[in-house]
Design a protein around this ligand. Structure first.
Ligand SMILES: Cc1cc2nc3c(=O)[nH]c(=O)nc-3n(C[C@H](O)[C@H](O)[C@H](O)COP(=O)(O)OP(=O)(O)OC[C@H]3O[C@@H](n4cnc5c(N)ncnc54)[C@H](O)[C@@H]3O)c2cc1C
Length: 449
C-alpha cells in the first residue's frame, strides 16, 4: 500500500516515549506530511516517583496516572503490547490476544522507549514470592499486603508468627527502596492506633543493600544524613548485605564485607513480606530484538541513533548511553529519559528537514528523594540540602512535573487531606497479584496498517 505521509512510530508510553511524542508534535506542528503514532501497553503514563506514596495510601491510585490520549492529542495512539520489531522490513508487530487482533505497523522512523522491568538477577524464589515497586498494580498490592499483615497480626497469639507478620523487608537502597521503606514506616506508624494489640516495638522495616552505602548518586554527606534520619525513624538499614533466597517465610542474607567462607556471615530474617527494588533490566522485547545490545540495553551513538539502523532511535531505560566523564552507563532516571526524548525528537526533525543533528550531552539538574515524614534530601543547583526544605522542594518540583493540571490538583488535595486526616485502612481485595500475561496469537496478520 503506497503511503504519502512519513510515519514516526514511538514505542512506549513512559517518560521517554510521551516526552518524545510531545516534542515531535511541537516540532512538526500541523505538518500534514508527518504522522506520529505512539504505542503502549497501558493507555496511561505512570508517574513513578510518587509510586511509594500510593503504596502508603497517601495518594489515590488513579492520581499518578495520566491518560496518554490527553497528553499527546495530535498523535495516533495504539494501546497494545509490542511483540517484535523488524528493522529490515521497518515493521512493528503488536500481539493479538483473546478478542484483540494482532496488528503490524509500518514505520519510516522509529523511537524505541520500552523502559525496563524488575531485575531479580535469576533468583526465581524471589521473583515468585517477593513484591515489587514498578507498576501501579505493584504499589496497590504492597498497600493491601501491609494492611493484611496488620489485620492478621492484631489477633495473632503466637508471638513469633506475629513478629514475622510485622517485619517488612525492602531489598535495595536506591531511590525506589529508600522512598518505599520511608513510606511503609509512615503508614505503619500512622495506622497503628487502630490496632491496639500492636505496639511500636512490634513493627520493623528493614532495608538490605549490597553496597557500602545507600542512595548511590547522592553525595556521601546526603546519603549519610538520609541513613541517620531513617535509622532515627526506626528503619533498620543493613549495608553490604545481599539476599540469597526468600521462600515466603524466611529471608536468607549474606554479609559481603568479610570472609566468604565464614558461616557467621550468613543470617536469616523471619518475614512474610519482601519488597524487591534492587534493580531493573530492559524488557524481553528489547533483549530479543535484532538491535545490538549491551547488558540488555540497545546500543546508541552520540545522536541516540541505533547502530546499523540510522532511522531508529532508542531512549530512556532501554538505551545504553555511557557518561563520558565516568565511562559508566548513566543511572536510569526519568530526568535522563526526558532529556534523551527531546534530543531524539530534534534529531528526527533534523533528518527529515535535512539539518544538522544534535549530540546528546547530559548534565543532571540534581536529584532528590523523600526519606520519611517531612524530611528529604536534595542536590540541586550545586547545593546539598536536607530536612524539611528538601522535602518541600521535592513536593514542589515533582508536583510541577506531573503533566496535567487536573492530576496535579488531585495530588495536591491528597497531600492536604493527608496532613489533616488519618490514612484509610480499607483493604480492597479486587486487586490481585498480576498473573503472567498470556497473549494468544489469533492468526498471522496479513495486512500492514
Ligand atoms: C518507585 C520508583 C521511583 C522512582 N523515582 C524516580 C525519581 O524520583 N526520579 C527519577 O528521575 N526517576 C525515578 N524513577 C526511575 C524512572 O521511573 C525511570 O527511569 C523512567 O520511568 C524511565 O522512563 P522510560 O520511558 O524509559 O521507561 P518507563 O517509564 O518504564 O516506560 C516504558 C513504557 O513502555 C511500555 N512497555 C514496555 N514494554 C512494552 C511492550 N512490549 N509493548 C508495549 N508497551 C510496552 C510500558 O508500559 C511503559 O509505558 C523511579 C522508578 C521507580 C520504579
Amino acid at each position: 500500500m503506497a503511503r504519502d505521509k512519513k510515519r514516526i512510530v514511538v514505542l512506549g508510553g513512559g517518560f521517554a516515549g510521551v516526552q518524545c511524542t510531545k516534542k515531535l508534535e511541537e516540532l512538526f506542528k500541523n505538518d500534514s506530511e508527518i504522522e506520529i503514532v505512539i504505542v503502549s501497553e497501558d493507555n496511561f503514563l505512570l508517574f513513578t516517583p510518587m509510586l511509594p506514596q500510593v503504596a502508603s495510601g497517601m495518594i489515590e491510585t488513579r492520581h499518578i496516572v495520566m491518560p496518554i490520549r490527553t497528553i499527546t492529542k495530535k498523535s495516533i495512539f495504539y494501546e497494545g503490547r509490542v511483540k517484535n520489531i523488524d528493522p529490515y522490513g521497518k515493521i512493528v508487530n503488536l500481539w493479538g490476544s483473546g478478542n484483540k487482533r494482532g496488528i503490524s505497523l509500518h514505520y519510516d522512523f522509529l523511537v524505541v522507549a520500552l523502559g525496563s522491568e524488575t531485575n531479580f538477577f535469576g533468583m526465581s524464589d524471589l521473583e515468585k514470592n517477593a513484591y515489587q515497586m514498578k507498576t501501579l498494580n505493584d504499589a496497590v498490592m504492597v498497600r493491601n499486603r501491609i494492611i493484611d499483615m496488620l489485620e492478621q497480626a492484631e489477633n495473632e497469639t503466637n508471638p513469633i508468627l506475629k513478629q514475622s507478620l510485622l517485619r517488612f523487608v525492602v531489598v535495595g537502597g536506591g531511590f525506589a527502596g529508600i522512598e518505599t521503606a520511608g513510606e511503609i514506616m509512615d503508614l505503619l506508624l500512622d495506622v497503628r492506633k487502630y490496632y491496639p494489640n500492636i505496639s511500636r516495638d512490634d513493627i520493623k522495616v528493614i532495608v538490605l543493600e549490597a553496597l557500602p552505602n545507600i542512595l548511590p548518586g547522592f553525595s556521601d554527606e546526603l546519603a549519610k544524613f538520609a541513613q541517620e534520619k531513617l535509622t532515627e525513624h526506626g528503619i533498620d538499614i543493613r549495608l553490604q548485605t545481599a539476599v540469597t533466597s526468600f521462600d515466603g517465610d524466611e529471608v536468607m542474607t549474606k554479609r559481603l564485607d568479610g570472609d566468604k567462607n565464614d558461616e557467621s556471615m550468613v543470617d536469616s530474617i523471619q518475614s512474610k513480606t519482601v519488597i524487591w527494588t534492587a534493580g531493573v533490566t530492559p524488557v524481553n522485547t528489547i533483549k530479543r530484538s535484532l538491535f545490538k545490545t549491551d547488558k540488555g540495553k540497545i546500543v546508541v551513538d552520540r545522536f541516540l541513533e541505533v547502530k546499523d539502523f540510522p532511522e531508529v532511535f532508542a531512549i530512556g531505560d532501554c538505551a545504553s548511553f555511557y557518561d563520558p566523564k565516568t565511562n559508566r552507563p548513566f543511572a536510569p532516571t526519568a530526568q535522563l529519559a526526558e532529556a534523551q526524548a527531546k534530543v531524539a525528537a530534534k534529531n528526527l526533525y533534523s533528518i527529515i528537514r535535512n539539518k544538522e543533528k544534535t549530540e546528546f550531552v547530559y548534565e543532571s539538574r540534581g536529584q532528590m528523594a523523600i526519606i520519611g515524614k517531612r524530611t528529604g534530601i536534595a542536590s540541586f543547583l550545586g547545593m546539598n540540602i536536607h530536612g524539611i526544605v528538601a522535602w518541600f522542594l521535592w513536593r514542589n518540583v515533582y508536583l510541577s512535573k506531573i503533566p496535567t493540571w487536573d492530576k496535579r490538583f488531585r495530588v495536591f488535595l491528597d497531600w492536604a487531606a493527608d496532613a489533616i486526616f488519618d490514612r484509610d485502612i480499607s483493604r480492597l481485595k479486587f486487586m490481585r497479584r498480576e498473573p503472567e500475561k498470556e497473549y494468544k496469537v489469533l492468526d498471522e496478520v496479513d495486512d500492514v496498517w
